[in-house]
Design a binder for this molecule. Structure first.
Ligand code: NAD
Ligand code: ZN
Length: 340
């Protein structure tokens, strides 16, 4: 699909100026294919390669990009092409949302996480100081091009981190998919194309299904997607966003949610052990790497924008394939996390 990006883009936008944003490692492996495809379809391409890392999701990078777009003569009919993981997708998406009050953009996710999660749903953002995703907008991409081939160059740690979100979809809504993941875990971590393609397809169907019912996240219907994210975000923040990849923290958060569900009697039967088993096969952590400071964790969890007025709202599995929303007392959360 990477070599068809030009044609596909030409079908959904009017202008023929494209602004391609990516990272060095991605540029090296896949930039050429995307650029020549765009050029073959008649696009004049301006390419900007920015360093990798969450720090690039910033207001200063965003204004830099807008300056470069103005200098390149882009107008309201131009298209922004975000070639990369969630960082490029979120930053590129918000830049497209703001440039001249909004221009079309195309997501070409190159990490498993971006393919199964961030490229679908239209949420875009940058961080402000320590506040993650503090500045953002809903801006749907005109097109999302997912080529599993792009994963061939992705480091294994990133594949594993993406699989945490994939496993999440099984736990929150599809027991059959969860079983399929158990049977195909080794194929997935061995970069087997067909297995990855199926896992991506099923994950996108599930995310799109939830997003379509609640595009602007106002009816709480997207909430199930937050399974593992209350504790996960807290742990990620305590690690200064360096100790854990997002998916690794979510894996730990999912185990915590399962144990909480069991201890509150919300789970119909034990589920944590089978989730732990699958996470382990995939090579994901199932407990924090370092002892967790309870007070700091609580503070981080309460700061998360998914808490409302100081209550810790949890997505708790009742069984594999089904979740429920419930407030959980903070002392129980801390007890479970310390026992992990
Ligand atoms: N908008 C949403 O709905 C949403 C959802 C989930 C996460 N996010 C955001 O996504 C971000 C994390 O995204 P991520 O996990 O994709 O990380 P990332 O974008 O930082 O990419 C991870 C690393 O992989 C490299 N890389 C990417 N693709 C590659 C490839 N094909 N080959 C070789 N190297 C490659 C990148 O250069 C980078 O160093 C966070 O900022 C998070 O907030 C957004
Ligand atoms: Zn996530």
């Amino acid at each position: 699909l990477l070599s068809q990006v030009g044609q596909l883009t030409a079908e959904v936008v009017k202008g023929r100026r494209a602004f391609l944003v990516t990272h060095p490692a991605i540029e090296r492996f896949h930039g050429g294919a995307v650029r020549s495809s765009l050029e073959a379809a008649g696009f004049a391409v301006t390419q900007v390669v920015i360093p990798a890392g969450e720090r690039q999701k910033s207001m200063s990078r965003l204004t830099d990009l807008i300056r470069q777009m103005l200098a390149a003569g882009l107008d309201r009919n131009s298209v922004l092409i975000a070639l990369g993981g969630g960082v490029i997708g979120d930053l590129g998406g918000l830049t497209a949302a703001l440039f001249m009050r909004g221009i079309p953009y195309v997501q070409i996710p190159t990490t498993l996480l971006a393919m199964v999660d961030s490229s679908v749903g239209g949420k875009t953002a940058v961080d402000l100081d320590d506040a993650k995703n503090a500045v953002g907008a809903f801006h749907q991409p005109r097109l999302v091009v997912i080529d599993p081939d792009a994963l061939s160059s992705l480091p294994i740690r990133e594949i594993r981190a993406g699989l945490a979100e994939v496993i999440k979809y099984g736990v929150l809504g599809d027991a059959q998919f969860f079983d399929w993941l158990r049977e195909n875990a080794v194929a997935l971590t061995s970069y087997r194309q067909e297995s990855l393609a199926y896992a991506i397809r099923r994950s996108c169907e599930m995310k799109a299904g939830l997003v379509e019912q609640d595009e602007f996240d106002t009816k709480n219907l997207r909430a199930a997607l937050n399974l593992g994210h209350t504790v996960g975000h807290g742990i990620e923040a305590l690690g200064g966003y360096r100790l854990y990849r997002h998916g690794e923290a979510i894996a730990i958060g999912m185990v915590a949610a399962c144990r909480i569900a069991e201890s509150m009697g919300v789970a119909e039967k034990p589920i944590a052990d089978s989730v732990v088993q699958l996470l382990r096969i995939v090579g994901l952590p199932v407990r924090p790497k370092a002892p967790v400071d309870g007070t700091a964790l609580l503070a981080a969890m309460l700061k998360d924008k998914k808490t409302t007025e100081g209550t810790l709202n949890f997505v708790l599995p009742t069984r594999i394939g089904h979740v429920t929303l419930q407030p959980v007392p903070s002392d129980l959360v801390l007890k479970i996390v310390s026992e992990l």
